[in-house]
Design a protein around this ligand. Structure first.
Ligand SMILES: CC(C)(COP(=O)([O-])OP(=O)([O-])OC[C@H]1O[C@@H](n2cnc3c(N)ncnc32)[C@H](O)[C@@H]1OP(=O)([O-])[O-])[C@@H](O)C(=O)NCCC(=O)NCCSC(=O)C[C@@](C)(O)CC(=O)[O-]
Length: 364
């Protein structure tokens, strides 16, 4: 995996605007006419569990497919409604995600649960579409389920060229060009498309980020047809003041119900930043069981804020999850996967719940 920011590369003019001018389906999504799926209860918080993807992509070794499958199955049974299951990225860049086709073929497909996969380019989408047509044409192994492995992709870009180059070997403008075509094709094939913008606070290569850039890139993703854009504090450097300031700019200009918060917990600010996002009107938060993960292209960044910590932080508040999620079960999954990977459980709530359980066991 070689990542060089100085690689000589062909510069492609940013064609999204001309694409919008000539493409009626994209034009339909321009300016403030973003379509809303349904009216949401204002206090319902959607949690996107990203552990099986954002978490496991950062493990030193490749996690066996059966462990990934079991992780996804357990999360679904514990009540998670959106579980990011893996990536169709280049295995040369992120070898940890190489087995995603096998994972999404073998995992349980629970009705009402979405299992998005990350797609960086047309090749990734084509690989996914090939798998989808093969798995819907005949049953796979002993599985006779007619539910396709996934109905959703997640595309990703960044607020800075330096990060985009390190992560996907192209500038932000070039990535938007690629992603507009990917989004259009995915939607034509009936897939939902979610977008990510990385480094919304600080870039590990170019420093403090201009929040207007975050706003403009997010707008482009919405206009090309993403139903939602997740704002990634990839480095986990943000705090409530910087996250609040970023959201003033981004949510001040774009529909807040189309935005999600994606906070890494490097400085222990994940929960505080998530609550700041809720206060700003965001109702979708990404998190990772056991605080798994990091980003291979953000040196030093730790995992996502833990799902257990988010669930606990909204307990007894006005907020609730879409479907009841079993916190104890999620905490057990956090322990199970941490032990499997021989890593420390990064969820403070997970650790506290286990300590309480052990005290109770001793007392009884
Ligand atoms: C975008 C590329 C592919 C460009 O990488 P490239 O090297 O410029 O691509 P290329 O088109 O020159 O192809 C190079 C080789 O990769 C193959 N290839 C090309 N595409 C694919 C594909 N889709 N699937 C499988 N193989 C692929 C292609 O066929 C070729 O194979 P070869 O001919 O050498 O044998 C690469 O940079 C890449 O895969 N990057 C992904 C990096 C990544 O996954 N990062 C982590 C996810 S983003 C993240 O974590 C942030 C987020 C979302 O969580 C939010 C946050 O916290 O900020």
């Amino acid at each position: 995996m070689s990542v060089s920011l100085s690689v000589a590369r062909k510069r492609i003019p940013h064609p999204l605007r001309s694409c919008l001018a000539t493409n009626p389906s994209l034009r339909a999504c321009t300016s403030r006419t973003y379509r809303t799926e349904s009216k949401r209860d204002p206090n319902v918080v959607r949690i996107v569990e990203v552990g099986p993807r954002d978490g496991l992509q950062n493990e030193k070794g490749v996690v066996p497919a059966e462990v990934k499958v079991e992780l996804i199955n357990r999360l679904g049974r514990a009540g998670m409604r959106i579980i990011e299951a893996g990536s169709f990225v280049s295995p040369k860049w992120v070898p940890q995600m190489a087995g995603t086709a096998e994972v999404i073929t073998r995992m349980e497909k629970l009705p009402g649960v979405h299992y998005p996969v990350l797609v960086p380019n047309m090749k990734g989408l084509e690989n996914l579409l090939e798998l989808l047509s093969a798995t819907t044409a005949h049953s796979v192994g002993s599985l006779t389920s007619t539910i396709p492995p996934t109905d959703e992709i997640a595309i990703f870009t960044a607020a800075t060229d330096a990060f985009s180059l390190a992560n996907t070997n192209c500038t932000v403008a070039e990535s938007l060009t690629r992603l507009a075509a990917v989004t259009q094709k995915a939607r034509e094939k009936g897939l939902r498309v979610r977008g990510y913008v990385s480094v919304v606070i600080t870039c590990p290569y170019s420093g403090k980020v201009d929040y207007r850039r975050v706003r403009d890139v997010s707008r482009e993703l919405l206009e090309m047809g993403c139903y939602e854009v997740s704002l990634g504090d990839t480095t986990g450097v943000g705090n409530p003041a910087s996250v609040g300031a970023m959201l003033d700019v981004v949510a001040g200009a774009l529909p807040v119900e189309r935005l999600a918060g994606h906070f890494h917990d490097t400085y222990g600010m994940g929960v505080a930043n998530a609550l700041t996002a809720l206060e700003a009107g965001i109702r979708t938060l990404d998190s990772s069981v056991g605080g798994l993960g990091g980003c291979p292209y953000s040196p030093g960044a730790t995992g996502n804020v833990a799902t257990e910590d988010i669930l606990y932080s909204i307990q007894d508040s006005k907020y609730r999850t879409e479907k009841s999620v079993d916190l104890e079960a999620i905490a057990d999954i956090g322990w199970w996967i941490s032990e499997k990977l021989n890593r420390q459980n990064a969820s403070r709530v997970g650790r506290a719940l286990r300590a309480r359980k052990e005290r109770q066991k001793k007392q009884s």
